[in-house]
Ligand binder design. Sequence first.
Ligand SMILES: NC(=O)c1ccc[n+]([C@@H]2O[C@H](COP(=O)([O-])OP(=O)(O)OC[C@H]3O[C@@H](n4cnc5c(N)ncnc54)[C@H](OP(=O)(O)O)[C@@H]3O)[C@@H](O)[C@H]2O)c1
Length: 327
Amino acid sequence: MVVSAKERGMVAAVKERETVVALSSGHKMPAVGLGVWRMESPAIRGLIHSAIRAGYRHFDCAAHYKNEAEVGDALAEAFQTGLVKREDLFITTKLWNSDHGHVLEACKDSLKKLRLDYLDLYLIHFPVATKHTGVGTTASARGDDGVLDIDTNISLETTWHAMEDLLSMELVRSIGICNYGVTLTRDILAYAKIKPAVNQIETHPYFQRDSLVKFCQKHGICVTAHTPLGGSTANTELFGSVSCLDDPVIKSLAEKYGKTPAQLVLRWGHQRNTVVIPKTSKVERLAENFAVFDFDISGEDMEKIKALDRNYRTNQPAKFWGIDIYE
Ligand SMILES: NC(=O)c1ccc[n+]([C@@H]2O[C@H](COP(=O)([O-])OP(=O)(O)OC[C@H]3O[C@@H](n4cnc5c(N)ncnc54)[C@H](OP(=O)(O)O)[C@@H]3O)[C@@H](O)[C@H]2O)c1
């Protein structure tokens, strides 16, 4: 693939319009990213390249998504052809539960698969260590009782200090956590030598988590909203959950602003200072989900969306683990 000078110019122009947030690590993270969970392998190359052309500079990966190698191939090609430079991208990946005792090896395994020599952000995927099954295998082994085999010998503090070591080795530029509630976030602030730059949590209009979002922001932890569209049909299929995109208030506000429900919900996330990482496998939705910087939701309408909160989690790993780690 040869990238023309005109196309490089267009990509640069989009880059300048993109909004970024400053992290406590001193690095900057683009305010809209592309999540790659449940992105099927054959389409990844095209989706990543189309996303870069549409202006995305932030990609949210994880060892557990089992597509790091395909993402890595797509990124390598994008660098080789001059579509984008490595330093202009922000790449996140995550430590799986079964690798808490093997942080360095797991990070190196992800780097190898992604074909990168550093990560912009490395996150602890869930606040739970489970039975180790081999680096990068990302299993969720169950015990004889059919319940997730949780390793009670590795504390989250031990895992965090191993994450901190990756910074001094220059394998990662920022480190953070996912799915930590207020209590665990308070705790990590007490034992961290380097505080988490990011807490990536499920949040959308039906699951607003204002206390957690405000607590993180007060302590300089950037909140990234995973599942920012409420999971839409993907989570309806996997977990039987209901998405906020079908809410009549969301639909009517979207119509009022001349936007789609997805754009309205992502803009709402942006206006509450969360970074949003919607996933789509549809090329035509890439541009739609990125076009959230050219309008403002009024204070009155932000209040209408605030009133939709149902404290409703759409992503329920307990379905696969036989235990609800959020209890
Ligand atoms: N840290 C964690 O524990 C964690 C957990 C979950 C997710 N995540 C991250 O967050 C990312 C996003 O979460 P998610 O994928 O679960 O949920 P999501 O982004 O809220 O929703 C994805 C669903 O929305 C659909 N969709 C995308 N754009 C749309 C649009 N414009 N209009 C209507 N529907 C649209 C997608 O379908 P199509 O693909 O068909 O467009 C898919 O069904 C993940 O990819 C992952 O990177 C992290």
